[in-house]
Write a protein that binds this ligand. Structure first.
Ligand SMILES: [Zn+2]
Length: 257
């Protein structure tokens, strides 16, 4: 399974390793979150992605979705399928696709038919997208949020999305026969613990405590969702943990699991 966090933040004309938005692309086919889905994909990539799976509705995870559908509106021969919980679908319909912030694409058609449709997901009810299977797992964020277990039949990865301390997620992950990669958030540096707690995020030392609950040895652990303005500081603190298989995920790099 191939996974890439789309690069999304520039400095002058150059792309940087900082991350304002979250949008992972798996096997060139499925986007997990859609923060920079419109502005960080090439035409070829846009042609392939028809499924978008959402962890939650915070802006940095959905900002690119309306623009992605807008970009493709005229040429879509099949709708963009948005896989999300009923809570997230309600937020999108009421607060984004409400004709005031952006058109309600779920009601619009082009010459081929509908341009966007929702597929509601629920924890513990696996669903398939092409050769990939997904299972939503509840995490602990400020708004209704899920992480995902994702498998291509050979490899399995777990991705938390945004979260604070978890128990259910770890029970689920520890019950797996094998795990080939764990992607877990670490938004803030240690000195911002208060803000992390109030906004339901992790710091390196909180992440270290979480990893005490993780029973699978030798599984690569990649820290994701580092807030862009503190990325260097947070990444240094993660390195100082010297937790064997923990690395900071590099924006734009293709990972193979
Ligand atoms: Zn969030």
């Amino acid at each position: 399974m191939k996974l890439r966090l789309l690069p999304n933040t520039i400095d002058g004309l150059a792309v940087t390793g900082r991350q304002h938005f979250t949008c992972f692309v798996i096997d060139d086919l499925v986007a997990v979150d859609a923060g920079c889905l419109a502005n960080s994909t090439t035409e070829t990539e846009k042609d392939k992605i028809r499924d978008v799976v959402l962890t939650h509705a915070h802006l940095d995870h959905i900002a690119g979705l309306p623009l992605f559908i807008d970009d493709l509106f005229d040429t879509l021969e099949s709708p963009v399928r948005v896989h999300a919980s009923s809570e997230v679908v309600n937020i999108l319909e009421n607060d984004i696709f409400n004709w005031r912030v952006y058109p309600r694409f779920s009601e619009l058609t082009n010459r081929f038919g509908p341009v966007m449709e929702y597929r509601e997901i629920e924890p513990a009810k696996p669903f398939e997208i092409g050769h990939l299977s997904f299972e939503a797992v509840e995490v602990n964020h400020k708004v209704p949020s899920v992480g995902f277990l994702i498998s291509d039949g050979m490899s399995v990865i777990a991705l938390t999305g945004d979260t604070a301390e978890m128990d259910h997620f770890w029970r689920k992950v520890n019950s797996l026969e094998k795990l080939d990669g764990l992607l877990i958030e670490c938004a803030f540096p240690n000195r911002m613990k208060e803000l992390a707690e109030v906004s339901h995020h992790l710091t390196p030392s909180l992440l270290r405590s979480e990893l005490e609950k993780f029973d699978i040895d030798d599984c690569p652990v990649l820290a994701i969702n580092l807030k862009p303005m503190y990325r260097t500081e947070t990444a240094r603190e993660l390195e100082e943990l010297k937790f064997q298989s923990l690395r900071t995920l590099i924006v734009g790099e293709e990972y193979e699991f």
